[in-house]
Design a protein around this ligand. Structure first.
Ligand SMILES: [Zn+2]
Length: 109
């Protein structure tokens, strides 16, 4: 067995497992039960981990890589709030200052 993925986010780990399953790759989720130990153990030793059989490692790593590339899409450019003039980073859909929604014409490629 080999670890192909680890994340502090159990939802992400579950998503990876589902993707692997869709690709016909059996996997094990480890450390699921260690979540309560965070604070006592080094944090990344508590992360949920996905393990697969040695024969599936190459395919599993490809699935994980494609997922991470999809998640790594760069955020849009910073935008200026039309309501209050505040500058907001591209990943935010609302103005952090006044809560106005980002205009559709800004930050969409
Ligand atoms: Zn604003």
């Amino acid at each position: 067995m080999k670890k192909v993925y680890a994340s502090p986010d159990l939802l992400s780990a579950g998503h990876v497992r589902n993707l692997l399953e869709q690709n016909g790759i059996a996997s094990q989720l480890r450390n699921y039960y260690l979540g309560g130990g965070i604070g006592d153990l080094p944090v990344n030793e508590c992360w949920p981990e996905i393990w697969v059989d040695d024969s599936d490692v190459a395919r599993a790593e490809q699935v994980v890589r494609e997922l991470q590339e999809a998640l790594a899409e760069p955020p849009g450019p910073p935008w200026i709030c039309p309501a209050c003039g505040e500058r907001n980073e591209g990943q935010f859909g609302e103005c952090w200052h006044c809560g106005a929604t980002r205009p559709a014409s800004v930050g969409t490629p």
